[in-house]
Design a protein around this ligand. Structure first.
Ligand code: UDP
Length: 194
């Protein structure tokens, strides 16, 4: 069985490497994928908010944090390993480097995102960072941002606006974004730039 249920939230039971392989397979197969790295806070949000729950139920949810691994253990479900956002981002960038995929980065403060984009481009030189944009935009700038992403058709779209806003944002525009895999990455750009 590939899915476990933690307080009603469906989690992938794949380990880290298997998860990355699964995502690569889906990207190469042209299937759009929304990845949610869920920690206990996300599980609680999904329990409390119907709209967010619906988003999570349609996503590929991976266990971000040891709390989820323990919860699975206590309920006899086969989740053995954490699959964290920063590590997934790095692993997907490595795949992008190997396969010359295009990548778009959205979110965080302007100086943070430009430094993160620069660092990722240096470390994964064959991955094509086709665009990046900070996460402090006005509502009336949103359409232009969506259009920029749509035109660039990135294989990977990483969005850091904080949860649950990043998930809501991606799902709202998913049909327009033309991104193969989209994933909310929370504070990852701050980590990468720092
Ligand atoms: N952020 C943003 N726009 C906003 C609010 C937050 O781009 O309007 C960024 C913030 O700079 C940070 C990330 O979103 O890089 C969220 O980080 P946080 O650690 O708060 O999110 P969490 O990990 O809790 O989801």
């Amino acid at each position: 069985k590939q899915v476990a249920s933690i307080l009603g939230v469906p989690f992938s039971t794949r380990g880290f490497r298997e998860s990355v392989d699964y995502m690569v397979e889906r990207i190469e197969g042209g299937k759009q994928t929304h990845v949610v790295t869920a920690n206990p806070e996300i599980v609680m949000l999904a329990r409390e908010h119907r709209g967010f729950r619906a988003i999570v139920e349609q996503a590929y949810v991976v266990p971000d944090g040891i709390g989820i691994v323990y919860a699975a253990k206590w309920t006899n479900q086969p989740i053995y390993e954490r699959v964290t956002g920063v590590e997934l981002l790095e692993a997907l960038m490595a795949e992008a480097d190997r396969r010359r995929w295009s990548v778009y980065l959205l979110g965080a403060h302007p100086e943070v995102i430009s430094l993160a984009a620069q660092k990722l481009a240096e470390r994964y030189p064959s991955a094509r960072v086709v665009g990046y944009r900070d996460g402090y935009f006005r509502q009336d700038e949103e359409e232009q941002i969506v259009q920029d992403i749509a035109e660039k058709k990135p294989h990977l779209l990483f969005v850091a606006l904080g949860a649950p806003r990043q998930e809501e944002w991606m799902v709202k525009y998913r049909d327009q974004l033309n991104a193969s895999l989209m994933m909310g990455v929370g504070g990852s750009f701050d980590v990468i730039s720092g």
